[in-house]
Design a protein around this ligand. Sequence first.
Ligand SMILES: Cc1cc2nc3c(=O)[nH]c(=O)nc-3n(C[C@H](O)[C@H](O)[C@H](O)COP(=O)(O)OP(=O)(O)OC[C@H]3O[C@@H](n4cnc5c(N)ncnc54)[C@H](O)[C@@H]3O)c2cc1C
Length: 416
Amino acid sequence: MLDHDIVVVGGGPAGMAAAAAAYDAGVKDVVILDREEENGGILRQCIHNGFGLHKLGRELTGPEYAAVYKQKIEERGIKTYNLTMVTDISADRVVTACRRDGIIKIRAKAVILAMGCRERSRGALNIPGTRPAGVYSAGTAQKLVNCEGYMVGKRVVILGSGDIGLIMARRMSLQGAKVEAVCEIMPYSGGLTRNIVQCLEDYNIPLYLSTTVAKIHGERRVEGVTVARVDENRKPIKKTERYIPCDTLLLSCGLIPENELTRTAGIPISPVTGGAIVDEHRQTEIAGIFACGNVLQVHDLVDYVSDEAEIAGAGAAEFVKNGSLAAANLQTLPGNGVRYVLPQRVSSEAKEDISLYLRVTQPFGRVCFTVKSGDEVLSTAVRLKAAPGEMEKLNIKSEKLKTAKEPITVSLEELK
Ligand SMILES: Cc1cc2nc3c(=O)[nH]c(=O)nc-3n(C[C@H](O)[C@H](O)[C@H](O)COP(=O)(O)OP(=O)(O)OC[C@H]3O[C@@H](n4cnc5c(N)ncnc54)[C@H](O)[C@@H]3O)c2cc1C
């Protein structure tokens, strides 16, 4: 049994930023455990640019963004156990991991969960048809093309218009493939507007909304797909079916936070975000266990991942130094037009201003967000547009929280 003050599970951008922030907040005995041979997480395969604009004020590729945080880890002498798969976390903060040389157990004063997320697979989507080669999740294709140097196909259909699907539509075109279509079951895209413009419009790739893949064809290899428009219950409409010949189908149909370890530790999970329920320090419902990054909520920008991880790192350090954190006595709730609000609990004694992160239920034009406690308005913010694919951030001044009553609600009103 080893002892460390803080154990970070996952060495992606969230884990690295959390570890560095915990160190900077005064707890020097921090270790990172990651199952891969090096830190960086998913960023290692994201060789396109667009990372770091908000956080670092410059546009980097994924590996470049990861390198900034790898350097922070190195400069601080934070030890990483790579090729180390965490298999269990107990509620009393004993972390069990599997390595080539055997099993290790680490007793921690605080644990930070930063395991990221995985992609929804064909099995989870239940797409009818045969089971030929040529059906990949977009992230797997991204890794094969960008890291391993394999081209996954020549004529491609992409199901799902989340950011990974959009980025892969551009990547496949740049590598010489023909992207026949991106089909999206919802009436709007789940991706960032900048990615729709830069990855589809700039390459003349058609985006078909309210459309799904109704059947996969081919015996050994994909030969084509049947696509169809969907009704208001998202069921394919038979008479709209059409066949698109292709040799590859890429699936970009949502990310699932990797919370198996979180569940075994008995940590309550939000059914909406798929991540743990947390307070403003990103402390879960079990004292001393924190969560950040995609394991907590699916992020569209890595910059926000780093912000969130720094909050979790500083919170874990405060917990180690003081043995507890102020009780988060105020619940936050989504109101009109808002799908979820995170953190789900905040403390009226918060020493610093708090940021609430949220997603809206559907695309809106110009909106005004209002954060309220009873009849008292805690903050408002106007946005020119709001979409489910773009996470919103609203600030509340700490002095406003002192007199706030439960629950704090966030709602939106559409403006003319
Ligand atoms: C396929 C894919 C492509 C993406 N592309 C983009 C993009 O182009 N642009 C963008 O802004 N965002 C992209 N994202 C979103 C991106 O994931 C986040 O911005 C960011 O990488 C999340 O950071 P994270 O540290 O939370 O998770 P990750 O980067 O996923 O890191 C999680 C780390 O935890 C480790 N881990 C997990 N479980 C265990 C365990 N049990 N034991 C040990 N280690 C473990 C993993 O090995 C990994 O290193 C993409 C996401 C995915 C899944």
